[in-house]
Design a binder for this molecule. Structure first.
Ligand SMILES: Cc1ncc(COP(=O)(O)O)c(C=O)c1O
Length: 482
């Protein structure tokens, strides 16, 4: 497949939440010269029948004689997209048409280093031959049958996840929000399993600046008014405290203890707030949450949708804190970009009975087979070690940039391959401006709000690619702070 080529501009939309302000610099346009590339299809035998598996060779192919990519400059109809797709994101104006490892290519053929990975999702990068093979095999055989029947890869993935975590049971769904919905329902069911709670309102405490999803319950759990505005009435049964505020958390629990109508059912926290600005939880905060749950027979839920599956350098984010949850949720990276979500829990709160919770697609052959491929790849390829090393390299480089640009960088935070740069309020530009400039220079970053720049690359990123990302950021800082 040859790239059709042409023009583009800068992206808008900060990741999954699309809240880049209209009119920000991401809407500027730029024309680029492009290097044409093609992908090749190689044939390999994956079962008794030979099937074509598009394997990414990562090798750019030569321009065909007479082929000009700029000649196709208007081939991608951004206007059509904008006319027909619902306007829920502000998008950066590039159309991605190819991926290879940690590189993406737009419809002009321009190459980008991808430090976004579909927002912490493409664990193995793009065009991974193992995932391609899995998808090919599953789709050539059986990919969906419903949960009325046993689905072997679902059982196998659940077993692997349970064997490598605190969980005993797994419920599969399709996204992070759905996994959190499942956790919220499970918490309520666990609460009402105790007769003394009859007639009380179960309350789950979450943190301000958290992000748990866009469904009504998860947007209520999300402690950010901007996501809730215009969607009232919200769901009952949520209270908030400031993240990492031990006394604040204790105060909310104390308030609930004194209530005759409401009672603590659970505490739901991210081990590191991703969307909220790449803020790791402190040990005292999570320890306090654990103790309060123990004291009140409430469930401690960790939302690991963004940090689970190796991103922090350990398989689960909770391993970084040493505080263990009763329930945790994962999605994003679990199947490397194939939609999947999962809610995992200990046996003590394995309270759902048949019919109480379900998902048509949840745990189907396609998603769970891809989950297995990603999971196996994490261990076969020593990917967690790569996350630790590349994460340390990235952090060290960011700290050097902080020293070089003291008027720009306030703080560098993160764990493993989720790193954030907090900008000084006096920097004179936003994270969205940085993303825009970096796109011009061929590197993709993602904002976590206007004052934090986030890096969440594929977990297989190389040392040279981290170095490229850092030198581009250096150049962007230099240019923007002129
Ligand atoms: C911590 C966290 N929880 C939940 C979600 C929602 O996941 P999804 O967009 O798959 O519903 C996200 C998405 O960014 C997230 O970062």
């Amino acid at each position: 497949m040859a790239f059709v080529g042409h023009v583009n501009g800068l992206v808008g939309g900060h990741g999954s939440h699309g809240n880049v302000p209209a009119g920000s610099s991401c809407q500027r346009q730029s024309v680029v010269r492009c290097t044409p590339r093609t992908s090749r299809t190689v044939y390999m035998t994956v079962s008794k029948d030979a099937v074509a598996v598009p394997t990414n060779t990562h090798a750019p192919a030569a321009v065909q004689p007479g082929e000009s990519h700029l000649a196709h400059a208007d081939a991608y109809k951004f206007e059509d997209f904008d006319q027909y797709v619902m306007n829920t994101y502000v998008r950066f104006k590039i159309a991605i048409t190819k991926g290879a490892g940690c590189k993406l290519y737009d419809s002009t053929g321009k190459e980008y280093l991808d430090l976004v990975a579909g927002i912490a999702t493409c664990t193995l990068g793009h065009g991974d031959a193992r995932l391609a093979k899995t998808v090919q095999e599953v789709m050539s055989n059986v990919h969906h049958v419903s949960n009325l029947f046993y689905i072997p890869p679902q059982g196998e993935l659940a077993k692997k996840l349970a064997q490598r975590s605190i969980a005993d049971r797994v419920f599969f769904c399709n996204s992070g929000a759905e996994a959190n919905e499942a956790a919220i329902k499970l918490t309520r069911k666990y609460f009402f399993a105790k007769p003394e709670n009859d007639g009380k309102v179960p309350v789950i405490i979450t943190a301000n600046q958290s992000f748990h999803g866009r469904t009504l319950a998860t947007v209520t759990a999300t402690g950010q008014a901007k996501y809730q505005k215009n969607f009232t009435p919200l769901v009952q049964g949520f209270e908030y405290c400031n993240y990492n505020d031990v006394e604040g958390l204790k105060a909310v629990v104390e308030k609930l203890k004194n209530s005759s109508t409401h009672k603590l059912a659970g505490i739901m926290m991210e081990a590191l707030q991703g969307e909220g600005g790449v803020v790791p939880a402190t040990y005292p905060f999570l320890r306090t949450a654990r103790n309060l749950c123990d004291d009140n027979d409430a469930l401690l839920i960790f939302d690991e949708v963004q940090v689970g599956v190796g991103r922090t350098g350990s398989l689960w984010g909770y391993e970084q804190s040493g505080v263990l949850p009763d329930v945790f949720t994962v999605a994003k990276g679990l199947a490397g970009g194939v939609p999947i979500g999962a809610m995992l829990c200990r046996e003590k709160c394995n309270v759902f009975k048949p019919g109480e919770h379900a998902s048509t697609f949840g745990g189907n052959f396609l998603a769970t087979s891809c989950g297995l491929t990603v999971f196996n790849a994490l261990f076969e390829g020593n990917v967690l070690e790569n996350v630790k090393q590349r994460g340390a390299q990235l952090k060290a480089g960011l700290l050097e940039l902080q020293a070089k640009y003291p008027s720009v960088v306030e703080e560098c935070r993160g764990m493993g391959l989720i790193q954030g740069v907090q900008l000084k309020s006096s920097a004179g530009f936003t994270s969205i401006d940085i993303v825009g400039k970096a796109i011009e220079k061929g590197v993709l970053f993602v904002p976590a709000g206007p004052s934090v720049l986030r890096m969440v690359p594929p977990l297989v990123i190389s040392a040279a690619e981290i170095a490229q990302g850092l030198s581009t950021l250096d150049a962007v800082f230099a240019e923007l702070s002129k």
